[in-house]
Design a protein around this ligand. Structure first.
Ligand code: ATR
Length: 279
């Protein structure tokens, strides 16, 4: 049970923030693992992060998630960065140890756990396509290469951004870049990840449909109450499965929760509840 007087304080900072599911997820984790904590939703505009984090810390906060548009900026507030945060060049989890700020990134491990555990996908030796080359792609490229795919292709509307990420990770595995005007794809990928924000405008990244086959798992990092345009498009192309990022959302939250509380929540019942509420 949460005792408002003594509960440890956590929260999420971002803009916009009002649709965030993180408070619900962390509340369910806290009930399940009997942690006396509360988790607040904090609207913080671009450029105001440092001030807001400082105030949260001074008033007894123990840790924060940071989301759009702060993931990159949060690095400069950290005294200590985890390896995965440094590699990703982005932060989603801050932990306060006295006045020291520790930064981590749990997005990549969240995606991997969803793919490997919840969706039972074997990634070693697989062919992976990521559509998009923004912060989200930067966060998942390193972790995906760690599981040794045979090929990881990053395709982006602005080809130079895909090339930049591929170059940054070229020593970690077989990664290449291309634009969306790629020639017809002759062999479908095992996994196609949509990491673009095209869906916010009701669009699907215009990559050749041949990337999807009857064995392909299509994974949209976005999630919503209705299917995203990419999820619908991938189903229409005959993907074996087309899923949205609910599992990654819950798994990255579980990883943050574990860092903060030293206890790992069981994600299955929480994920089931989020999906039920979404359908
Ligand atoms: P995030 O941090 O969520 O990754 P971002 O850094 O703004 O957000 O990146 C958004 C990604 O979506 C980029 O790859 C962007 O392509 P560009 O690099 O060419 O801008 C991609 N994107 C956004 N809208 C798109 C659209 N309508 N079609 C295709 N790609 C789109």
């Amino acid at each position: 049970m949460t005792d408002a007087q003594t509960a440890d304080r956590y929260g999420v900072m971002g803009y916009p923030i009002k649709h965030s599911r993180s408070p619900v997820i962390h509340r369910l984790f806290a009930i399940q693992t009997k942690q006396n904590m509360q988790y607040e939703m904090l609207q913080v505009a671009a450029g105001k992060l440092e001030q807001a984090v400082d105030q949260f810390m001074r008033t007894g906060g123990r840790g924060l998630n940071v989301t759009m548009p702060h993931k990159q900026d949060a690095q400069s507030l950290c005294d200590v960065l985890s390896d995965r945060a440094r590699t990703a060049g982005a932060i989603n989890t801050l932990t306060f140890h006295d006045r020291e700020v520790h930064g981590d990134n749990t997005d990549g491990i969240g995606l991997l756990r969803d793919l490997a555990i919840n969706l039972n996908i074997e990634l070693k030796g697989s062919r992976i396509l990521i559509l998009g080359a923004g912060g989200a792609t930067r966060g998942i490229t390193g972790p995906l290469l760690e599981v040794q795919p045979s090929h990881l292709l990053i395709a982006n509307r602005t080809e130079s951004r895909a090339e930049e990420i591929a170059e940054a990770f070229e020593e970690d595995g077989p990664v290449e870049a291309c634009g969306f005007d790629a020639p017809e794809v002759d062999q479908p990928f095992d996994l196609v990840i949509n990491a673009t924000s095209a869906g916010f405008n009701g669009e699907t990244p215009p990559y050749p449909a041949g990337c999807i086959g009857s064995d392909t798992l299509a994974y949209d990092l976005s999630y919503g109450l209705k299917n995203t345009p990419f999820a619908d498009w991938a189903s229409a192309q005959g993907a074996a499965r087309s899923v949205m990022g609910w599992g990654m959302l819950v798994e990255q939250a579980a990883e943050s929760f574990t860092i903060w509380r030293g206890v790992r929540p069981d994600t299955a019942p929480v994920l089931a509840r989020m999906k039920v509420n979404a359908s």
